[in-house]
Every structure is written in structure tokens, then in C-alpha cells.
Design a protein. Structure first.
Length: 369
């Protein structure tokens, strides 16, 4: 009885279909060298690049300039701090018991991230580049701007891009190290709960009737893990909040005009949301230098491998707005406040735009004592 062909011959046949012997031998040699180094050559079964994924996205590609938003109007307080606040929330008749604000980089005393001749920055994070005393001074300035009292306790978190949410109380102000979480909820008056950002999306939520407030840190990882949707559910479970009584504000962050991501992020969102593809869009780089001198940016890479061309951009603002709506909030109860942290580097800190050398902003909310 005839023996079947050797297994190795079958593998080679599947691995290198329709190749002449010389090319097949060369590829096998390359694979052997990569294997010795602990690597594996990627064998594409689909066209290179992200065109296959983009094929089912919105068919109206845009440029960054088309998606860009204008700079927001800031509110300058007596101590020099400049903040963003939700106009409807500021009205005394609407929510007289509520404290809130989205910080910018303006009005502080930090010198680590600004030019020598520029005013100080309002860095609110204990970063390696800044002095601790400067950050503490900045936090007192923020508390004074929001509450009128610089001694108001400000409770922050050790954020790690999770969907972990804690219930905050006065005892948290006395902790040597903040609790590890990316969201906080409280019904206790007299202090502020804070979320730090430098591109990620901050979301503040308040119950108009129960007087419960919450703050959530929603980068793309936290958004995929549904931190905002889970946060609203936690408010309902712990405090009996009704979604129809909630109002929410989405603060400044890296918007779709500047937030380019890889295919793996699209895959993560597709695994969680039926509407995932509506959150992504093709965006072309409209750099004026590249537009005027395209020959300077030509490469010898094969078509589909060059970084020039459309990129995949994610709309985190819309992603979190959709989660709030899915959690039961009325669309009219959701405000979007602030611009793009990457576009408006003079107003905000941006980790991406500054290549990691950035301070931190804070989004705070609390209940008047």
C-alpha cells in the first residue's frame, strides 16, 4: 500500500502556493532565520493596510480640519484659574447645590510644561517633571475657583484604564494614597471628586433629585469596558437614581479629528458594540507641507504598507454619549463641553500632542455643604 506524502511536503505546499522553487527556497530560508530569533513571518491572506476594515465604514472620508472643533470659551475666576463649565448647570435655579468644572492648563503656578516667558500652568497631577508643592498649590487654586474655598477637600483616584468604580466619602480625603479606580460616586456633601486626564474623556453625572454625583475616566480601554454605562447602573443600584433624573457632561479630550487608532481598537469595539463601526471614520492627513510637497513624503514601500493615506480615527465623545443614552439618560440631558486637547494645546494638556511630556487636568464635581 502506497504511503501518504510526508507532512512536511503538505505544509510547504500550503505555505507557499504557486511559487517557483527558487522563491519557495528563499522564503523557507527566511522563515528558518526568523524562527531561530523567536519570530514568525506574517503571511497575509487579505490585502495589506486597513482598507478591508474601512470598506464598511462611513464612505465620506474627511480631513482633520473638517472634523476640528473651535476653541471653547473659558470662564476666568478671580484667582486667575480658567475653567470650563456647563452653562445649564451654572444657573442657580437649575442646580444650586452642585459644584463642577473642567480644568484647563491656564491659571496655575507650575513651570514644568510652559515656556520661560509664559504664565504658569495649572498642572494638577503629581508628574515626575513637576514639583509637588506647585501641584498642591494648583489644586488649592482649583478648589477655590469651583467652591470658593481653597481648603475644600479634593479626592482623586489612581487611574489604570479600568471600569472599577468606588463610592467616595470624607474618609478618602485622609488617605495617604488614593484608591485605585477609574470612577467615583458620592452622595456626601462638602468635597470634590476628581478625574485626571490629558487626552482621555472625562464624564460627569449628577442626579438632579437625589443629589448624587459621579465622575468617570473614559479612555478607549475604559470605554470598551463600558465604564460610563456601568457607572450609571451603579448609581441606580447604590442610591436608587433614576436615569430620567440624571444629567451628564462630557468634557475636553482627544477628539475624532486627532484620535488615530489601530485596527486592534476597532476589533475591541466590534466585540462589544453593535454600532461600533459608526464610531470610526477614515481621516486623511491634510498637512499643508505634505499637500504642497508630496514628493518629499514618497517611500519605496509597497502599496498598502506606507503610512501615507487614510487613518482610522475613533470618536470617543460619541462612544460615551451612546453609552449614556443606552443607560437611560435623555439625549437632551447630555452636554458636550470643551474642544480637542490635541488641537488646542494652548488651552489643554495633551499627552499625544506633547509626546508624553504633559501635565494633567482635572474634572471635578461635588455637592455643596
Amino acid at each position: 500500500m502506497a504511503l501518504p506524502p510526508p507532512t512536511t511536503i503538505k505544509l510547504v505546499s500550503r505555505r507557499y502556493p504557486s511559487l517557483n522553487p527558487q522563491i519557495e527556497s528563499n522564503l523557507r530560508s527566511i522563515d528558518d532565520e526568523l524562527r531561530d530569533a523567536g519570530l514568525v513571518r506574517h503571511r497575509r491572506t487579505t490585502p495589506a493596510g486597513i482598507t478591508v476594515h474601512l470598506r464598511h465604514l462611513r464612505r465620506d472620508p474627511a480631513t482633520r480640519q473638517e472634523l476640528a472643533t473651535p476653541a471653547p470659551t473659558l470662564i476666568k475666576f478671580a484667582n486667575g484659574v480658567e475653567l470650563l463649565q456647563v452653562p445649564a448647570w451654572r444657573k442657580k435655579k437649575s442646580l444650586p447645590w452642585l459644584w463642577h468644572g473642567f480644568s484647563t492648563r491656564r491659571g496655575g503656578v507650575s513651570r514644568a510644561y510652559c515656556a520661560e516667558d509664559a504664565p504658569g500652568d495649572l498642572n494638577l497631577g503629581f508628574t515626575a517633571s513637576d514639583q509637588r508643592e506647585a501641584v498642591l498649590n494648583n489644586r488649592r487654586l482649583l478648589a477655590e475657583a469651583v467652591t470658593g474655598d481653597p481648603s475644600t477637600a479634593l479626592i482623586s483616584l489612581r487611574q489604570f484604564h479600568s471600569n472599577l468604580i468606588v463610592i467616595a466619602g470624607p474618609e478618602d480625603a485622609a488617605r495617604e494614597r488614593p484608591r485605585k479606580a477609574d470612577g467615583a460616586i458620592t452622595a456626601v456633601p462638602g468635597f470634590l471628586i476628581a478625574i485626571q486626564t490629558a487626552d482621555c474623556i472625562p464624564v460627569l453625572v449628577a442626579d438632579r433629585k437625589q443629589r448624587v454625583v459621579a465622575a468617570f475616566h473614559a479612555g478607549w480601554r475604559g470605554t470598551v469596558k463600558r465604564i460610563v454605562e456601568l457607572g450609571v447602573g451603579r448609581m441606580r443600584l447604590e442610591f436608587g437614581c433614576r436615569p430620567e433624573d440624571l444629567v451628564a457632561a462630557i468634557g475636553p479630550g482627544n477628539r475624532q479629528c486627532c484620535y488615530s487608532v489601530g485596527e486592534e481598537v476597532l476589533s475591541e469595539f466590534e466585540s462589544q458594540f453593535t454600532y461600533a463601526r459608526e464610531l470610526f471614520r477614515e481621516v486623511f492627513d491634510s498637512d499643508p507641507v505634505r499637500t504642497r510637497y508630496p514628493m518629499l513624503f514618497l517611500t519605496q514601500r509597497a502599496p498598502g504598507h506606507s503610512p501615507i493615506g487614510p487613518a482610522l480615527h475613533l470618536d470617543l465623545i460619541e462612544a460615551n454619549r451612546r453609552q449614556l443614552v443606552d443607560a437611560g439618560l435623555k439625549p437632551s440631558a447630555i452636554s458636550v463641553t470643551g474642544g480637542c486637547t490635541s488641537c488646542h494645546g494652548d488651552l489643554f494638556f495633551s499627552h499625544r500632542a506633547s509626546r508624553g511630556h504633559a501635565g494633567r487636568m482635572m474634572s471635578v464635581i461635588g455637592i455643596r455643604a
